[in-house]
Every structure is written in C-alpha cells, then in structure tokens.
Design a protein around this ligand. Structure first.
Ligand SMILES: [Fe+2]
Ligand SMILES: [Fe+2]
Length: 192
C-alpha cells in the first residue's frame, strides 16, 4: 500500500483527534529523523501508524485483542489502553499491509517502551511524547532533550511517566521497567 492510501484509510478508521495526533507525531518524528540522520520514510510510516490500534475503544480492547489472537495479561485487562500498541502492530500488518518488522516493532513498543529499543523505536516513542499538542508535565524538557541526546530524552520521559504512575497508584507495565533499565545502562554503562 502507498503511504497516501494508508493515510486515507487511517483517517477513516480513527477518531478525528487521534488522526490529528498521528499526523503531528509523523511531522515531529521526521524532524527527529533528519536531526539524527535516520531513514525518514520508514519513520514517517511508523509514526503515522503508531496509534492505528486506537480504532478500537479501550473498553472493547481486551475482547478485540483476544479475537486477534493476542494474549491479555491481568494488568492489560485492568488498563486496556495499553493493548492498543500490540493491537496496532497486528492491524498495521493485516489491514495496512506493513511487512517491515522494524516498523511493526516500533508500533508495538510506543506506549510502554521496552528493552533493546532501536533508534527508530526511540524516535517514535519521543515524537509521540513531545508532538506539539502535548502539554503533560516535563514535556518541554523532553522536547529540548529529544534534539540533543535521544537516550537522555528517553530516560527523562520515562521518569516523568513513572512518577505519574506512582503518584496516581497505577500499575507499571514490566516493559516500562525494562525500558528504564535498558536506557540507564545505555547511558551510564551500569551493569545491573
Ligand atoms: Fe499510543
Ligand atoms: Fe500516540
């Protein structure tokens, strides 16, 4: 499928606000791609599709995920919004005909992060976190860092995310903790 066709189908499939956010993330991701000399075409597609799993409402996500053959953990059952990343990977493959495994991985990791994140995964995560319509605590700091040191930007975004989760007594997905440990090690070469 050409990116124009993907864009048209995505626009039909997502609520307008979510589609607008996807386009914002695409623009932000391309800026970061150019900044870090990464392949902008691959990043453009991953960013545009990163939230394609949002075509299903949160309350219906566990049922839909199972229907797609995905596992649903008790944590995801309690916080079904988390499922849109893995569902998005399946939808990108089956509905939007994406075959590039790197793009599919970036979509599946964009919410929790994970270990062994590539530059592509990291750019999609950061663009999602910092696109211009975002106003959450710490976003300006992460926006600045995203253009200076991708790994430090990532660690800072994760810190703000986890602070929020702890304060609000919410679950923390194990992939999020893996992601924190991975970037801490990457930045400071700690071993454990
Ligand atoms: Fe998302
Ligand atoms: Fe998003």
């Amino acid at each position: 499928m050409k990116i124009q066709e993907i864009d048209a189908l995505l626009k039909e499939s997502l609520p307008p606000k979510r589609y607008e956010h996807s386009v914002n993330v695409m623009h932000e991701a391309v800026v970061l791609a150019e900044h870090y000399n990464l392949d902008p075409e691959r990043i453009r597609l991953a960013a545009l599709l990163h939230d394609c799993g949002r075509e299903t409402a949160n309350h219906d996500a566990p049922r839909k995920a199972r229907e797609m053959g995905l596992s649903v953990s008790p944590l995801e059952e309690a916080q079904p919004v988390l499922l849109h990343a893995r569902m998005g990977m399946t939808i990108a493959r089956e509905k939007y005909r994406v075959t590039d495994g790197e793009i599919l991985k970036a979509i599946s990791l964009h919410t929790t992060g994970g270990k062994d994140m590539s530059a592509l995964d990291t750019v999609i995560f950061l663009a999602d976190y910092t696109e211009p319509a975002r106003v959450q605590k710490g976003v300006d700091k992460v926006r600045r860092l995203a253009r200076a040191n991708m790994n430090l930007a990532m660690l800072t975004a994760l810190k703000y995310n986890m602070e929020y989760l702890l304060r609000d007594q919410r679950y923390i997905h194990p992939d999020c903790i893996d992601c924190w440990n991975y970037f801490l090690n990457k930045l400071f070469k700690r071993d454990g």
